[in-house]
Ligand binder design. Sequence first.
Ligand code: FAD
Length: 563
Amino acid sequence: MHQPTTEPRPSIYYNYQVFKPWLPSAHPVQERKKVVIAGSGPAGMVAALELARHGVPSVVVTSELQVSQGSRAIVFTRRSMEILQQVGVAERMTENGLPWLYGNSFYRGQRVFRMESAREDDDRFFPMINIQQQYMEEYLLDACKANPLIDFRWGNKVVKVEQEADFARVTLDTPEGEYTMESEWVVAADGGRSTIRTNMDLMMEGASYEGFFVIADIKIDLPLPTERLAYFDPDWNPGNTILMHREPHGIWRVDYQLPAGETPEEALKPESLKKRIDAQLAMIGHAGAKWEMDWNSVYSARTLTLPDYVHGRVIFTGDAAHLLPIFGVRGANTGFQDAQSLAWHLAFVVKGLASEKLLANHSAERVGAAREIIDEAGKSTRFMAPPSQGFRLLRDAVLSLSLTEEFVRPLYHWRTSRPHEYSHSALNSTGDDNALFKSGPAHGAPPQNVRLGADDFLLDHLGGGFDLLYFTQAAAIPEALQKVVAGTRARGVPLKVIAVGASQPVAGADQTLADADGHFRQRYGVLASGGAYLLRPDQHVCARWLALDANRLQAALNIALPQ
Ligand SMILES: Cc1cc2nc3c(=O)[nH]c(=O)nc-3n(C[C@H](O)[C@H](O)[C@H](O)COP(=O)(O)OP(=O)(O)OC[C@H]3O[C@@H](n4cnc5c(N)ncnc54)[C@H](O)[C@@H]3O)c2cc1C
């Protein structure tokens, strides 16, 4: 019998709420579900909220009775905020998080590189915002609870998944014993130690890096701005790297690499933690500052992915699908993109708007994203924690040269999380003008935001279905295009038409966005009326034209929704 802990998790700044378990005896016999989501981490909850936005109900089952312990993910990217805006929690993240632009790298007491992430006038969100994972989960949970399409079940642990031809049978253990539930689809968002992945005997591909890092969240009053701080090869931890991040509520994360051979048990001893944190504070000029430990943990970097995320009726997402190093703020940020992608692909299959080929596409796109991250994160991991003598020699050369030579300093700038561009997606149009554009987001890219007014941006108006951005100054959308739009909608496919460029409402468009100074057209590389972009429900571009006609639009929609 599954007995999740009912003790609130310890924290000096966050009050953990312990929820009541969902018990089968209090509910009627379960009819077959459309989608069961195992896990209520960031990937599971965003998947549920996005599915609901597409009108698909789901049951979220989660083994614990409270949100996750410790800060875990703390840095969220602009693209994550754009996704969180879609599911209605970006405002709370912005209200409570700490935005930032700069990263600093130090070597031998000298700042050798200062990274600035640009924030343009067209961006609603900062490039990065810091907030602890449990707050983000709390906001997502509130949004799930407010959504009648989401049935949220605490204290329900998936112990078995059996597959039939067109559904899966899920066995759940609860504090009063087991029950089973049938579901057309099961989303395995049950985290890095995924029970479902293990029970299905699925092997991940990739590498695990040697070496451990300690993550310690301390409460301390440090008069420093919210900027990333990275220290290489400090006297108190020779050859190793330390990261520091400010978090809300007076918490700082100190993240340091352990000397080779030291075990996690030794590293987490209170006296060991104290010695190292005191040494780090002394090094940054705050020797003797008072601090209190909130939470600590040890991790090691891994670059692993399942080679396919769809296995019959079970689809893996988030950490259950891949394990990525957190350097460069991967993990939760990747999980949001997984969940957003999964939800629309799955929703369109559930609603019968496309065949299961769409799920194969989802898998190919997200495995591609994981592999891209594995390539990039491998580089930053090798810089942070050189895995061999050769890598260490190279890294140390960069460090020492950086004291005097400007040209090597950008090598400190490891690539941070960015949305994968589905440049080779099977859903991209084959007969459009993608290659002829000189600027603007290309095939598979996420959209570029555009400021429309003081508190009004293009992305506030996109998503949830296909969006057609049609650039025109005419009074109406051409009739032939309107016919294709009407036919598409008649099949149940949500398709919004946004006319860009006219000062008066354009007939046949759901919305008209003026573009008096031509900034929008310029950002999208559309020079003349009649150009257009087709965006998928996850907002990524699947077709763009310098001149759109009805046949080309129909062809693009046919490709994007394979039958
Ligand atoms: C120490 C640490 C530090 C981290 N720091 C960062 C960071 O700085 N930046 C970053 O981006 N990421 C970081 N991460 C990674 C980030 O936390 C994860 O990538 C992210 O939480 C993954 O989300 P997920 O929803 O896939 O899985 P999880 O958040 O792990 O959620 C899994 C869910 O499944 C539930 N569950 C598990 N088994 C079952 C079962 N059998 N049945 C039902 N439910 C089940 C769990 O209770 C949980 O709700 C860190 C992780 C750790 C451990």
